[in-house]
Write a protein that binds this ligand. Structure first.
Ligand code: C5P
Length: 276
């Protein structure tokens, strides 16, 4: 049996620079990962099987259009191997929430297949498959803190903020990535700031926050809740939302905010974790 983690991705900063003619947007973003997320396990079977368990299993079905199945199918097409595996996805991350859950799952599937078939994680054929599956899949495949341009696939790894306590909060309002991008006002507010990951995070923005707030006003409550006691160093939305994150100096401050939000907003999804 092979197990592969599919950690949540965060956009520590996300600057939207231009609308492209292919329907995507030109980005300048800083990706990183936390130490928690979904988990995939695979064991030999007589044919391909996908089963989904875990707290967010109900939001997904294991049908043919699942991104994990599409990743496996693309791997078969590229490498000409039959994939007889029973795969279990433990779904811990909320669906359509800006933390790249589906992308992380697809990338974890590709890593499992690459391991089983002796293919490098940096094999250009594997990276091509990742790019075709979605804008966030290449960074999830690499699993490292990285600056990204293009639609998010042109990666430049940089040192991250490993060990930083972080709290993720989601109001359980799924938001459509395409709709949030469509709401961007087409004003280029400039590239990421210069400097290391901390400076970029501190001085950067998420340009998708305003259109996401229009679609899901509850995001304002999440941002305010994370910032409320003043201990968070940075509070921001990730990706196209609605998940927001707060970075803290120490785990005790993070846990105090998590406990308070848990009491005040029992419906919200909260994940106290650490930057990877
Ligand atoms: O690449 P992915 O399938 O994850 O993108 C989902 C949607 O998000 C796209 O169809 C597009 O509307 C939007 N998107 C975008 N620009 C990006 C990434 C995603 O407009 N750089």
């Amino acid at each position: 049996m092979i197990t592969e983690p599919a950690p949540a991705k965060l956009n520590l900063a996300l600057h939207v620079r231009a609308r492209r003619s292919d329907g995507y947007h030109e980005l300048d973003t800083l990706f990183t990962f936390v130490t928690d997320g979904d988990r995939l396990t695979a064991e030999p079977a007589d044919s391909w099987r996908l089963r989904i368990t875990g707290p967010f299993a109900a939001g997904l079905d294991a049908a043919d259009d699942n991104l994990i199945t599409r990743a496996a199918r693309a791997f078969t097409a590229e490498f000409g191997v039959v994939i007889d595996l029973a795969v279990t996805l433990e779904k811990h991350l909320p669906i359509a929430s800006g933390v790249g859950g589906g992308s992380a799952d697809a990338a974890a599937m590709l890593r499992i297949l690459a391991r089983l078939h002796g293919i490098g994680r940096d094999d250009p054929r594997l990276i091509r498959i990742a790019e075709a599956l979605g804008s966030d899949v290449p960074v999830c495949l690499a699993g490292v803190t990285a600056l990204a341009q293009g639609r998010g696939e042109q990666l430049t790894p940089i040192a991250g903020l490993s060990g930083t306590p972080v709290l993720l909060a989601n109001p359980r309002a799924p938001v459509s990535t395409a709709a949030v991008y469509a709401g961007w006002d087409e004003v280029d507010r400039g590239p990421l700031p210069e400097g290391d990951a901390l400076a970029i995070t501190r001085d950067g923005r998420n340009d998708l926050q305003p259109p996401a707030l229009t679609l899901a006003p509850v995001i304002a409550d999440v941002l305010a809740g994370l910032a409320e006691d003043g201990t968070a160093k940075v509070v921001r939305m990730s990706g196209s939302g609605a998940t927001c994150f707060a970075l803290f100096e120490d785990a005790a401050a993070r846990d105090r905010v998590a406990a308070k939000l848990g009491r005040d907003h029992p419906v919200w999804w909260l994940l106290p974790t650490t930057l990877a």
